[in-house]
Write a protein that binds this ligand. Structure first.
Ligand code: SF4
Ligand code: ZN
Ligand code: ZN
Length: 324
C-alpha cells in the first residue's frame, strides 16, 4: 500500500505532476496551499479585504469556503458565505441544508437569499413563463445577486469555479469566437466603483478531482447530485473530458494552459464602455439591466433596487461585516 510522501501514513491520493502520495491530512494541506499560492500570485485578496463566497452547496463551493476559512486568519480578511435558494424542488432544499451545515461547521456567517420568498417566482416557473432555458434565467439571476451582494457589502465576490471549469469555458468561448468572454477568464475581474464588485476565482488552479478529494479528506457536507437542469453533454463538459485525457499522458498540461490564460493583468470592466442601470444603479451593458428587465416581465416591477435594500437587511440580520 502506498505511503504519504510527507509522513508515511497510508496514502489516499497520488498527484502525478508532483510525483507525490498524500495521506488525507496532507492532501487537504496540499489543496489549501495551492489556493494560498493562487491568492498570493494573482493578488486576489489583501489584508483587510471583505470577501463574499458564493456557495451553491456543491463540492467546489465547499472547497472554496473551507480553504478561505483556513486562510482567513493567515491573510487577515473578513469572510461571509452567500447562498441563493433557487427553488428548484428538492435539489434546492438539500443544497441549502448542506450549505447551512458547512457554514456552521466552519464558523462562517451565512446569508441566504430565497428567490421565491424575495422575488415571488421560482426558476422552473420563470423558465416556463418566459419560454427560456432555466439555465439562462438562473445564470442572469445569480450573476446579478452575486454582484449586488458584493457592492452592498463592499466586498470581493469569490466563486468556486475550478481549473477544469475555466478550461471548459475557455475552449468553448474560443470555439464560439467569444474573445471577450475568453479574456475575462482571469483569476480576478476588477470591479467598477459603485457598479460592479470585483470577482475572484481562488480555485483557478485546483483540478475538479482535487476539489472532490479535498471535500472527502475533510469530511465536508455537500450535495451529491447535480441540478436537474445540468446538461452533461454540453460543449464545455466535452472539452473538460478531452483535457482530462490529455492530462493523463501529459501531467500538468492543465496548469500550463491556465498559466497562459491568466495573463499578467486582470480583466478590467472599464476596458469596455459600461453604464449604470437607470432602475437599480448597478452595471448594465446599456439601458435597463437584464435582471431589472427580467423581473419586470415576471412580476410587473423592476426589482433591482428593492433587492439591493433587502440584501443589506439580510446581512444586517446576520450581523455580517459590521452591518446590523
Ligand atoms: Fe441554475 Fe442551470 Fe446551474 Fe441548475 S444547472 S443551478 S438551473 S445554471
Ligand atoms: Zn501525510
Ligand atoms: Zn437594474
Amino acid at each position: 500500500m502506498a505511503k504519504c510522501s510527507i509522513c508515511g501514513a497510508e496514502a489516499i491520493a497520488y498527484v502525478p505532476y508532483q510525483k507525490r502520495y498524500y495521506c488525507s491530512r496532507h492532501y487537504a494541506e496540499f489543496v489549501e496551499e495551492k489556493v494560498a499560492r493562487t491568492i498570493e500570485k494573482y493578488k486576489l485578496i489583501r489584508r483587510g479585504d471583505r470577501v463574499v463566497a458564493a456557495v451553491s452547496g456543491g463540492k467546489d463551493s465547499a472547497t472554496l469556503l473551507s480553504t478561505l476559512a483556513v486562510l482567513r486568519d493567515r491573510v487577515g480578511f473578513e469572510l461571509v458565505a452567500f447562498h441563493i435558494n433557487l427553488e428548484i424542488g428538492d435539489y434546492s432544499q438539500a443544497s441549502q441544508r448542506a450549505v447551512e451545515e458547512l457554514a456552521s461547521r466552519l464558523g462562517v456567517d451565512l446569508i441566504v437569499f430565497d428567490i421565491s420568498r424575495e422575488l415571488g417566482f421560482t426558476i422552473p416557473e420563470a423558465s416556463r413563463r418566459l419560454r427560456r432555458p432555466a439555465c439562462s434565467i438562473c445564470g442572469a439571476v445569480k450573476r446579478y445577486l452575486y454582484n449586488a451582494v458584493g457592492v452592498e457589502l463592499g466586498a470581493k465576490v469569490a466563486t468556486g469555479h475550478n481549473a477544469d471549469d475555466i478550461i471548459g469555458f475557455a475552449l468553448k468561448d474560443f470555439a464560439m469566437g467569444d474573445y471577450e468572454g475568453l479574456s475575462k477568464l482571469t483569476p480576478m475581474v476588477e470591479g467598477v466603483d459603485g457598479l460592479a464588485a470585483p470577482r475572484i476565482r481562488p480555485l483557478y488552479n485546483v483540478y475538479e478531482k482535487e476539489s472532490f478529494l479535498y471535500v472527502l479528506s475533510k469530511g465536508l457536507p455537500y450535495i451529491h447530485r447535480d441540478c436537474p437542469f445540468a446538461r452533461l453533454t454540453s460543449l464545455e463538459v466535452q472539452f473538460k473530458e478531452f483535457f482530462n485525457r490529455l492530462e493523463e499522458s501529459r501531467p500538468s498540461i492543465k496548469l500550463g494552459f491556465l498559466h497562459h490564460l491568466a495573463r499578467e493583468k486582470p480583466w478590467r470592466l472599464g476596458e469596455k464602455s459600461y453604464t449604470a442601470c437607470p432602475e437599480c444603479g448597478l452595471l448594465s451593458s446599456g439601458g435597463t439591466c437584464t435582471f431589472c428587465k427580467l423581473t419586470r416581465r415576471l412580476t410587473g416591477e423592476a426589482r433591482g433596487r428593492r433587492v439591493r435594500v433587502r440584501i443589506k437587511e439580510l446581512a444586517g440580520e446576520r450581523g455580517s461585516m459590521g452591518l446590523g
